[in-house]
Design a protein around this ligand. Structure first.
Ligand code: ATP
Length: 798
């Protein structure tokens, strides 16, 4: 699906958009429909507040389409403070329902009458494909429904004149992640997180008793949850609707794979079954049947059906920011739409919020179900997004087909080194595991450089990694191979010696700025030590997200989840003591990314970052906003107020000083405390998103190394957009430019993933002194945070 063209900036709209109807204040309604999903409340909050910011009246439709049909009290005008604290609430607070009446034209006519009565002609619908189909049908029928209402005498022609067209924008709220045109839907990562937590718990008991577990997860028509859970939990096998298992034969393959893993030393087996799993005769594959096959293998097997636990709980950080950014864009889309604009669906592609035509997305989504029904499974899987297909292939090669069938010819097998550099961030082990398993399936030899570059220099310790070494690393925090802050230049000669000795053909570095710097140093040392003329690649991994040239680092998602849990707990404590402000100090070094995003996903009043100077004026503004907030709460404050301060935001305005100033200037209206989560931010169990992303990047990096080593490959490699090198008399020969491209980082920029040469990044995009990139790629999100906290509104008023 091609994203729709629109004004690229998410916040540039300003108030000029709000007055598009000749002086009549625009009225927008927002609703949630279909099955609930975590994050829907964040979406509603964002629509309500962005709508108000842009000068509109915003209404909430309670109970899904039922609320549109009944109108009255189910169609309520929302004020700014009505959505306070909604980021940390699970489910949907405005309710949802399945409504048969809306499927009838009569019902939709009644809904149109209720909307016109309130003067509403724009609707943001957050739901699944059914809800969005209904919404689009409503839009296409609207002019004729209005005409009928005039003919019936319900309204005069004059009254309906400003409401001749209905505007619809779709947000996808669904835990299944089954909608085409978007990489993820609101709620999917929260459900995945819940699944992974549960399977992690099960793993412990399964290992103790040497058992097998069959875990049934949701997904009637979509295997996204099962596939991602399979990757994130290190499952042995998965069953998904898009890849029907061969009837009568799947049992044998399942047994073969589980037995092979047992033979390698595994003490437990995990098989994930999507509730819509099928064989190629379209017969359901049940957890019970899977269990029977495993029992037949002689395994003590149990079934766990996760059920509604997957829908429950509060939203993870990812769903909170996704829903927030999409909610703001939905308002902007409504304000920009003309009667001719096709209804948009707000999606996300890699890291970029996009708009795609709603009905085309729904049509494509439905065509997956049709392809499954007509047993065209190749088509079904091809209709899923790129990430799905890529990860499915990775799962096969690292888990199911790790029997040697994918091995390369002997002369193409490589020695691949993996090293961790700098402070640990979550998913270092998960990425190392995936790189190792992929290497093994291809016949390569993966080796870990133990304890970073200083470990190599001091002891020369390199450990060849085997299947059983890494088998349970998918959910381990920290670094199993050890990490160290020292950079490669500590002793380049010694490192070159060990590279030579171990005959490395490629290097994967997992790390933050030190890793980035080491890669640059190794690349620069090529002239002196030709052994470094091997492909070398960095997977940015740091909670600070300060690696230049990319918008995403492994560990950031886990860190944000830790901060979301931490601040939710703090808010609860603050609500018990009433009228309390917390100044929370977060990590990030000179990069304000984590602070900004924490502000966005926790609804902080203000965020202090190194990028924005703190001065007395901004502190005064925050105090005014705090007073305004507490004035509205009238003593029944259920939520503490948060200010987020990056650890290096200012050498003068320390966390303690800010808290003291706030307490002192509060006129005894509220108190203030500091809270410093510290290393909690780097540790713990990696989030499901970090595990999956880590494994995806790791496999890509091994492929990058393979591509560079591929003999006689003088074709440009389209996959990696890298330049070629040549073999001359069996010896690799690089041009200077080629050499640059073969030392790269894997980077995400908007909707693109690419390998970017370190030499270029260092020269053009690095602020060496501040250890971060030149560009503040999240700048716009700061403004969105300020809009939704009310900070910008207050400024407008001032
Ligand atoms: P989920 O992914 O959780 O199933 P969904 O939005 O697909 O979410 P549905 O039950 O299919 O859930 O639809 C929710 C509501 O949307 C229905 O109860 C109905 O009111 C409305 N709706 C669904 N399909 C249509 C349609 N074709 N025409 C009009 N309204 C519809």
């Amino acid at each position: 699906l091609k994203p729709q063209e629109h004004n690229a900036s998410m916040t540039s709209a300003g108030s000029e958009l709000s007055d598009g109807k000749g002086g009549i204040k625009r009225k927008i309604a927002v609703m949630t429909s279909g099955g609930d999903s975590p994050g829907m409340n964040s979406a509603v909050r964002a629509v309500v507040r962005a709508g108000i910011y842009y000068g509109c009246d915003v209404y909430a439709v309670y109970e899904g389409y039922e609320g549109l049909l009944q109108g009255g009290d189910l169609l309520r005008k929302m004020e700014w403070q009505d959505v306070r604290g909604w980021l940390s609430e699970g489910g949907t607070l405005i309710g949802t329902a399945r409504c048969m009446g809306f499927k009838e034209r009569k019902g939709r006519k009644q809904a149109a009458a209720n909307l016109i009565t309130q003067g509403i002609d724009a609707l943001v619908v957050c739901g699944g494909d059914g809800s969005l189909t209904g919404a689009d049908l409503f839009r296409s029928e609207w002019p004729s429904l209005v005409e009928e209402l005039v003919n019936d005498g319900v309204f005069t022609a004059e009254r309906v004149e400003p409401y001749r067209n209905l505007k619809i924008v779709g947000l996808v709220g669904s835990i299944d992640n089954d909608m085409s045109g978007t990489d993820s839907t609101i709620g999917a990562y929260s459900a995945l997180e819940r699944i992974c937590e549960m399977v992690d718990y099960i793993d412990a008991t399964a290992k103790s008793h040497s058992r097998a577990f069959v875990v049934e997860v949701m997904g009637r028509h979509c295997g996204w949850l099962a596939l991602m859970a399979g990757i994130a939990t290190g499952a042995d096998y998965i069953f998904i609707p898009e890849r029907a298992a061969p009837a009568g034969e799947w049992q044998a393959e399942l047994k073969k794979v589980c037995q092979a893993h047992r033979d390698k030393g595994r003490r437990n087996n995990t098989v994930i079954v999507a509730e819509g799993a099928l064989d190629n005769n379209l017969k359901s594959i049940t957890a019970e049947e899977v269990k029977d096959a495993l029992v037949d293998l002689g395994l003590d097997t149990k079934i766990t059906t996760l059920g509604h636990v997957q829908r429950g709980g509060t939203a993870v950080a990812h769903d909170r920011w996704l829903a927030t950014l999409q909610g703001v864009d939905a308002v902007k889309a409504i304000l920009e739409m003309t009667p001719e604009t096709p209804s948009p669906l707000i999606g996300i592609l890699e890291n970029k919020i996009i708009r795609v035509p709603l009905m085309e997305s729904v049509k494509l989504t439905k065509s997956v179900a049709t392809a499954i029904e007509s047993q065209d499974f190749d088509k079904a899987i091809s209709l899923r997004d790129t990430e799905f297909i890529e990860l499915y292939e990775n799962f096969l090669s690292t888990t199911v087909e790790d029997d040697g069938s994918e091995r390369l010819p002997e002369n193409e097998r490589l020695n691949v080194a993996i090293v961790h550099v700098g402070a640990p961030s979550a998913a270092l082990n998960a990425a190392t595991r995936a790189a190792t398993l992929y290497c093994l399936s291809r016949g390569h030899t993966p080796s870990a450089i133990l304890n970073g570059f200083s470990g190599l220099i001091q002891t020369g310790e390199v450990k060849e990694l085997s299947w059983i070494d890494v088998e349970n690393w998918h959910n381990l925090g920290g670094s199993e191979i050890g990490t160290n802050r020292s950079v490669a230049s500590s002793d380049m000669g010694s490192i070159a010696y060990h590279f030579q000795k171990n005959k490395f053909d490629g290097l994967i570095i997992l790390g933050g700025f030190e890793g980035f710097k080491s890669l640059k140093e190794l690349r620069d040392a090529r002239a002196q030590y030709p052994i470094f003329n091997i492909p070398m690649v960095l997977i940015p991994s740091t909670v600070s997200n300060n690696v230049p040239g990319t918008e995403y680092s492994l560990g950031v998602d886990t860190c944000l989840n830790a901060l979301v849990n931490y601040t939710d707990a703090i808010k609860q404590s603050a609500s018990a003591s009433r009228r309390r402000v917390f100044v929370v100090e977060v990590q990030g070094g000179h990069s304000g990314y984590i602070a900004s995003f924490t502000g966005l996903v926790t609804g902080a009043v203000s965020v202090y970052t190194p990028e924005d100077e703190i001065d007395l004026k901004s502190i005064r503004e925050d105090l005014a906003l705090l007073k305004e907030n507490f004035r509205h709460d009238q003593g029944e404050t259920r939520n503490g107020k948060l200010l987020i301060r990056n650890e290096q935001a200012s050498s003068i305005y320390t966390t303690q000083l800010l808290s003291d100033i706030i307490a002192e200037a509060s006129d005894n209206k509220f108190g203030s405390r500091t809270a410093i989560p510290g290393h909690v931010q780097q540790g713990g169990v990696p989030s499901s998103r970090d595990r999956v992303t880590g494994s995806r990047y790791a496999v890509k990096c091994v492929k990058f190394i393979e591509a560079w080593n591929k003999k006689n490959s003088d074709e440009q490699n389209e996959d990696f957009k890298i330049l070629r090198f040549k073999y001359v008399n069996g010896v690799k020969e690089y041009t200077l430019h080629d050499e640059d491209a073969s030392a790269a980082i894997i980077a995400v920029n908007g909707s693109h993933i690419s390998f970017k040469p370190i030499a270029h990044l260092w020269e053009e995009e690095t602020n060496v002194e501040l250890r971060k990139g030149q560009e503040i790629h999240w700048e716009e999100f700061n403004k969105i945070g300020d809009i939704l906290s009310g900070r910008l509104n207050l400024r407008k008023e001032v």
